[in-house]
Design a protein around this ligand. Structure first.
Ligand code: AMP
Ligand code: GLY
Length: 427
């Protein structure tokens, strides 16, 4: 199979790594890719959100299957453009992508389909927003309806702050059109869990459960980020909890999609809050693999991801051979100094070869590029995902990742030192 993968972060590096290991994939092209991906695939320069450009490239190069990594092209409808031309695509069309592209749509979808989620109000003006806030108590959750690159959800401690945030979004349009509508909802308490599920619209196949670390500092302090690390599987998310997630969240989600005649081929990302009684609640859906969850979920997957994705595109996911996890993995994200605020770029990264040479370690590039002398330099907020693996034990996977992190240096780099500390929750 000739495969084209769209995207250029550590998630896509992990996807490219997994696809390139498959005997089914004879040719892998990634766009826009990054210097790490360039070591294992051909890079071409396409705008992933330009459906016509992607289609022209795919047809001209006899691409058998396009795999879409990030949400923006999905929400733009790139999958629809490709499908209309008969190209196999892994990723939902515009219709299905509303589960991520509009928080108002996704909350109403959950309500219509009896999927457990925090009770909510959708507001388009300040009168509605004030009413919605005043009938709740702190902490307040205020979210922009549209895509905001992970920066559209706010947890606020006082009524004044919450009203002012609603005003920022609705009146001052701090996030532009994404804040035309806002969702105000109850605050859920518990521990977060990510369940990535592959679906062809008929069958759901959950992958190994994982946990993201969204705050920038240890012990969940500081502002939210794109994700500072992850691990998989999660020891307390055993078959009992996963069965409940399947029957209370995933199956009703699939049934809702069917009932509403939304064709869905791709990943449903269920971002869950697990409360103290171990009940699952949906915080949000995404319609693609998570970042940094993918960097740990694909390495532990027992199965050929290219075959699974191809079967999914053919509507035959039920025939795919896969087993959620056969080992443990932990990912430590190394970020630029200042991230998630402002940060410098073009800082030379040292120690990559040494870390790469370690056994049971995978280095996935996120925000990197090459300078004129061929050095790998920083080019983004999240720079690298450093994954440690172990076949028996999560602690070993974590320490393997941190040993690799030790070998890497660039000025200003920072990372969390407590990845997987919630693995012992509920015990
Ligand atoms: P979202 O963009 O909806 O995933 O929200 C980003 C993050 O904000 C989540 O991962 C949670 O950590 C937090 N969050 C969002 N909604 C809620 C909620 N209803 N209750 C508690 N925390 C929330
Ligand atoms: N890990 C959060 C996300 O992918 O949106």
């Amino acid at each position: 199979m000739k495969v084209l993968l769209l995207g250029g972060g550590a998630r896509e590096h992990a996807m490219a790594w997994a696809l390139s290991r498959s005997p089914k994939v004879t040719d892998l092209t990634v766009s826009p890719g990054n210097p790490g991906i360039a070591n294992i695939a051909r890079i071409v320069d396409l705008d992933p959100c330009d459906g016509n450009a992607v289609r022209t490239f795919a047809l001209k190069n006899n691409i058998d299957m396009v795999v879409i990594g990030p949400e923006a092209p999905l929400v733009e409808g790139v999958a629809d453009v490709l499908r209309e031309s008969g190209i196999k695509v892994f990723g939902p069309g515009k219709d299905g992508a509303r589960l991520e592209g509009s928080k108002a749509f996704s909350k109403e979808f959950m309500k219509r389909n009896g999927i457990p989620t925090a009770s909510f109000d959708i507001c388009t003006n300040m009168d509605q927003a004030r009413d919605a806030l005043l009938k709740r108590t702190a902490p307040y959750i205020v979210k922009a309806d549209g895509l905001a690159a992970g920066k559209g959800a706010f947890v606020l401690e006082s009524t004044e702050e919450a009203i002012s945030k609603a005003e920022d979004l609705l009146v001052d349009r701090s996030l532009g059109k994404a804040g035309e509508k806002i969702v105000i909802e109850d605050c859920l308490k518990g521990t977060e869990l990510t369940v990535l599920t592959i679906t062809d619209g008929h069958t759901i196949r959950p992958l190994s459960p994982s946990q993201d670390h969204k705050r920038v500092y240890d012990n969940d302090k500081g502002p939210n980020t794109g994700g500072m690390g992850a691990y998989s599987p999660v020891p307390w998310a055993g078959s009992e909890l996963m069965n409940r997630v399947t029957s209370e969240v995933l199956e009703p989600t699939l049934n809702g999609l069917k009932k509403e005649e939304i064709d869905f081929c791709g990943v449903i990302y269920a971002g869950l809050m697990i409360d103290e009684h171990k009940n699952p609640w949906v915080i949000e859906y995404n319609v693609r693999f998570g970042d940094p969850e993918t960097q740990v979920v694909l390495p532990v997957l027992k199965g050929d991801i290219a075959e699974i994705i191809e079967k999914c595109c053919l509507g035959k996911l039920a025939d795919a051979k896969m087993d959620a996890a056969e080992k443990w993995a932990a990912d430590v994200v190394i970020a630029s100094g200042g991230y998630p605020g402002e940060y410098k770029k073009d800082i030379v990264i040292k120690g990559l070869d040494e870390a790469n040479a370690m056994e049971n370690v995978l280095i996935f590039h996120a925000g990197t590029s090459k300078d004129d002398e061929g050095n790998v330099v920083t080019n983004g907020g999240r720079v690298l995902s450093i994954v440690g693996m172990d076949k028996d034990n999560l602690d070993n996977a974590v320490s393997q990742a941190y040993q690799a992190v030790e070998k890497i240096h660039f000025t200003g780099m920072h990372f969390r030192k407590d990845i997987a500390s919630k693995a012992k929750d509920f015990s």
